[in-house]
Design a protein around this ligand. Structure first.
Ligand code: ATP
Ligand code: MG
Length: 753
């Protein structure tokens, strides 16, 4: 179960405690009119997750009340998605269409109670009668029809005697209700259409507001969880169940914020358009935010569930940065998948002084991954390296192969360039190099210093593969239409080369191609004769780029928040900033100064919130972002920062778990800001780990006490201020690495003995 209880789980626990329900029953109720996307994954994770956490169950229900857009193909895709994410629905898949008879009976009951009527106004008049937000509506004259007349009309509507749109069934609630949804909402409409399951039996179909609450009731659902846009429908939900006098326990509706992700669209309608207009290769195109697409791309169910867990469940809509999702898959694969070598843009290297061939032992995992496994890599005279790993006129700071600079071939030898061969147009066609026999990886006695190791493949044994490189589907954050599509979202490399182990051994279907990213064997197009790999994600986070200027056809411009000078002193806050400030103080418990600094600066608040998603420690992160990160951002753009939110999150994790002190964190940060190194590596390399072990600290305290007997005497005589002196001495002797609160306690203990 999630560590931090969300508001939905809080409600569920309260209901269980109060004895409102014995068992928790939730449902995931998609409309089978498209493939599910990652937003649905969030809903699946919530509904199935809550049922699991409280030993209840969750139903999978196709909300199939719209005959014209639904299809069994989508039903299958929905079942696949739920199963792939690791959940199991209770019993058989359910269908609202299976309840059509029952729903119709409930409708008749409402009519008999005088609580529903057949209205025959045309659509436009009906809209006019509905009134506006500030004005009450007025009721249709047809509302005075007798119960008998209504029953007769409803029956004939059902039997198909009227044209589409001729009549509707409406609830008789309140045309003056402040909540406009309550102004006699529609319950049934006429639709002469073939239903993919119910066939041609029905000429009327229930509206969502009528079908959904009753389906929930029929299934014994306790918590009907939906997205925020249904907030105003909740009144109808309750009205229907209450008016029909249904026996408790009955379901209640609770709303949460729907998931939005930048650089993509998340509506089935828009996704369907992409598919229909062939802008992508089907619903499972690896660029699609559909579960089928993410799965084909190589995402794991764990990474998606982790993502859903990290973004949490909120009551306010917001857009999540896509790099957050990318972070989750990278994080998941890092510890799981083997590293292999590939060359996407091959440049031939002939090693003039090498003869014969050999097999090199190469571990699949770097030292920091606690996994075993290795393979043999063939090595011989002719190899291929990445074209841009050689530069004849290297820029400053170029660490790879040049005519003057040797380089290590990963897992193999150091080579030195001897000659560069070119074609008539001056393109480099081949490098002639020499290897250093005593520089073999793991047993290098050559003494040659190189600045980097590059990947390579052996020409004789390398396999040719197709590699599909994916970028974000849209070129801008808030895509509006097809013009915003990213023209470079797919790049196909037909003749990339990989080491043979990738094809012959297949220790897993996912790999890290060293220095290129994570790749996945395409589940459809891959054959042994023609292997195809999809790029899942690159190795580095690309946060920061989002702050760069993008071309976007119809950007939603942020309403320019106007800042007003009041009294020439305090700058008033915009509405957005004010709401951030409130959230930071009320929800995150920040003091007003910290909250103010963060809320007023968009770069800082976005950095803050992003980091917070990765590690939930609002106060510590706020301190670092408002001080340290703010200082860096004064001079730099987000994209120029050496460190990333995930590195800051890592740093704060170490503070929180006591690995390092706040003070040391500051110096680690300085290092991160200049070198871009991971905080964990800095702490390790510099031996900065905080000492909390009393058996280490105690002897140091004893030493300090022994050396300062006169101060001990003064302390005992009543000068308690000297406590600080002793603590300071101990910290000094450990170069600030001793845990101050541990030292404090121990010193006090010893002096008071
Ligand atoms: P879309 O707008 O993509 O067509 P929808 O709301 O029409 O989605 P449904 O099939 O009705 O799709 O949704 C099934 C369930 O998934 C509903 O409970 C809905 O609230 C939830 N859901 C849909 N989209 C999201 C989202 N982006 N974030 C969270 N939950 C979502
Ligand atoms: Mg819907």
């Amino acid at each position: 179960m999630s560590e931090h209880k969300d508001f939905l789980r809080t409600i569920v626990e309260k209901d269980l405690k109060a004895g409102k329900y014995k068992n928790i029953i939730t449902r995931f109720p998609p409309e089978p009119n498209g493939f599910p996307h990652i937003g649905h994954a969030k809903s699946i994770a919530i509904n199935f997750g809550i049922a699991r956490d409280y030993n209840g169950h969750c139903n999978l229900r196709m909300d199939d009340t719209n005959p014209t857009t639904e299809d069994t193909r989508y039903v299958e895709a929905l079942k696949d998605a739920v199963t792939w994410l690791g959940f199991k629905w209770d019993g058989d898949v359910r269908y609202t269409s299976d309840y059509f008879d029952k729903l119709y009976e409930y409708a008749i009951e409402l009519v008999k109670m005088g609580k529903a009527y057949v209205d025959s106004l045309d659509e436009e008049t009906m809209r006019e009668y509905r009134g506006s937000v500030t004005e009450a509506g007025r009721r249709s004259e047809y509302a005075n029809r007798s119960v008998e007349e209504n029953l007769d009309l409803l029956e004939r509507m059902k039997n198909g005697e009227f044209e589409d749109g001729a009549h509707v069934l409406r609830a008789k609630i309140d045309m003056g209700a402040a909540n406009m949804k309550m102004r006699d909402p529609l319950l049934y409409r006429i639709r002469h259409a073939h239903h993919y399951r119910a066939g041609d039996k029905w000429a009327i179909y229930p509206m969502y507001d009528f079908g959904h609450c009753l389906s929930d009731y029929i299934e014994g659902i306790t918590h009907s969880i939906c997205t925020l846009e249904f907030e105003n429908n909740r009144d109808i939900y309750d009205w229907v169940l209450e008016t029909l006098g249904l026996q408790p326990p009955r379901p209640y509706q609770h709303e949460f914020a729907r998931l939005g992700i930048n650089y993509t669209v998340m509506s089935k309608r828009k996704l369907l358009e992409l598919v229909n207009e062939k802008r992508v290769n089907g619903w499972d195109d690896p660029r699609m935010p559909t579960i089928a697409g993410l799965r084909r791309r190589g995402y794991t169910p764990e990474s998606i569930l982790n993502f859903c867990d990290q973004i949490g469940i909120a009551k306010a809509n917001s857009t999540v940065d896509v790099s957050q999702l990318e972070f989750c898959i990278r994080d998941d694969l890092n510890t799981k998948v083997p590293r292999v070598m590939s060359v996407l843009d091959p440049l031939k290297v002939t090693i003039a002084n090498y003869e014969g061939s050999e097999e090199l032992d190469a571990s699949y995992y770097p030292d920091d991954i606690p996994k075993e496994g290795s393979r043999k890599i063939p090595f011989s005279k002719e190899i291929y390296i990445e074209r841009d790993d050689f530069d004849e006129n290297p820029p400053k700071g170029y660490f790879r192969l040049t005519p003057e600079q040797s380089v290590r071939l990963k897992h193999a030898y150091i080579i030195t360039c001897k000659e560069v061969k070119k074609d008539e147009s001056g393109n480099i066609t081949e490098i002639i190099a020499e290897y250093h026999p005593n520089s073999k990886s793991g047993q290098d006695t050559s003494g040659i210093k190189v600045k980097s190791a590059i990947q390579w493949v052996d020409a004789a044994s390398a396999k040719q593969v197709e590699v599909r490189l994916y970028e974000r589907l849209y070129a801008c954050e808030n895509p509006q239409n097809m013009e915003d599509l990213n023209p470079n979202s797919l790049k196909i490399i037909k003749n990339a080369l990989i080491e043979p182990a990738v094809v012959t051994e297949k220790p897993d279907v996912r790999f890290q191609f060293e220095r290129h990213g994570y790749f996945y064997a395409d589940s459809i197009d891959y054959t042994d004769a023609k292997p195809v790999f999809n790029k899942i994600v690159g190795l580095k986070e690309s946060w920061g780029k989002k702050n760069s200027i993008e071309k976007c056809s119809t950007r939603i411009e942020r309403v320019e928040d106007k800042k007003v000078q009041i009294d020439g002193k305090t700058e008033a806050m915009s509405e957005t900033e004010q709401s951030l400030l409130n959230r930071y103080t009320n929800e995150f418990g920040l003091n007003s100064m910290l909250a103010d600094i963060l809320a007023r600066d968009e770069k800082l608040s976005s950095f803050y919130e992003y980091t917070l998603l990765l590690h939930n420690s609002p106060v510590t992160i706020a301190n670092i972002v408002a001080n340290e990160v703010a200082r860096e951002l004064k001079e730099k753009q987000s994209s120029e920062l050496k460190f990333t939110p995930s590195q800051i999150a890592e740093l704060v994790k170490m503070i929180d778990d006591g690995t390092i002190s706040n003070k040391i964190a500051k110096s680690v940060f300085e290092e991160m800001a200049t070198s871009g190194e991971d905080p964990m590596l800095i702490v390790q390399a510099k031996g900065l780990i905080q000492i909390s072990d009393t058996s280490v600290i105690e002897p140091i305290i004893d030493e300090v006490i022994a050396k300062n007997q006169d101060n001990v005497a003064k302390f005992k005589a009543g000068n308690t201020n000297l406590l600080g002196f002793f603590v300071g001495q101990v910290l000094k002797m450990t170069s600030g690495k001793a845990n101050p609160s541990v030292v404090n306690e121990l010193v006090a203990q010893k002096l008071n003995k």
